[in-house]
Design a protein. Structure first.
Length: 230
């Protein structure tokens, strides 16, 4: 996807709610596709639109040798450099939303440090079928994160990098790098890249219709207009 293409897609979706996108999918006869399971929830109430960047992690099959704490410190460094790596970090573009398949493990692949590094490079948020750790700091940093749960444990001895930019399945939905991901208080929805413009067209139609109807109700109630009805 070219930079111009990415920006055009992000612009089309920048104001759309998950509900609008769900409607746009329905208008394209995709009634039973795109919405992730309802147990994917945000760390904090926010909204994000991004271009999917996928990565997959699987259980670590190797042994964890008995070591002294000093030896373990060296082993951990080796593990992160050789086993649980993050090659996708170097490929992040502005507007990417990282979608992690971590095999459902309660492991904190993403924490306060590497989430901030990705954010610095243009990542707008994370989606995982596992869970983050250091969540107080992630919330403080205001980095959007949707997941099934929160984790405590580190990666070593538990999980390893497998691949990235390959299809992953999160919450019953196949996600490919380049798909559009929209997430807010209603959950998460994924739009296949090939359908992005058509879905956005009818999602925008529904959003505008909702604004008109709610604006009339605001007027009847004597409420001042806000951004949701303008």
């Amino acid at each position: 996807m070219s930079t111009d293409d990415r920006q055009e897609i992000l612009e089309l979706y920048k104001d759309l709610r998950v509900a609008d996108v769900r409607d746009g999918m329905d208008w394209n006869m995709m009634h039973h596709y795109g919405s992730l399971d309802a147990d994917f929830r945000p760390l904090f109430r926010t909204r994000v639109v991004g271009i999917a960047k996928t990565a997959r992690y699987v259980p670590y099959e190797g042994p964890v040798p008995h070591m002294s704490p000093e030896e373990y410190t060296k082993w951990v460094s080796w593990y992160y450099q050789n086993v649980c790596t993050e090659p996708w970090q170097a490929e992040i573009q502005q507007g990417d939303l990282v979608c992690l398949d971590q095999s459902g493990f309660r492991v904190g692949i993403i924490g306060s440090n590497n989430s901030l590094n990705a954010y610095k490079n243009g990542c707008v948020g994370f989606l995982s079928n596992g869970g983050p750790r250091d969540t107080d700091e992630i919330v403080l940093q205001k980095i959007p994160f949707w997941s099934r749960f929160i984790s405590q444990g580190m990666d070593q001895g538990r999980i390893r990098y497998e691949s990235h930019n390959q299809p992953v399945v999160l919450g019953g939905v196949t996600i490919n790098t380049g798909d559009v991901v929209v997430a807010d208080g209603d959950g998460v929805i994924v739009v296949p890249r090939a359908k992005a413009r058509e879905v956005a067209k009818y999602a925008q139609q529904e959003l505008e219709g909702d604004k008109v109807g709610r604006r009339k109700l605001y007027d009847a109630l004597g409420w001042e207009h806000d951004d949701t009805v303008k």
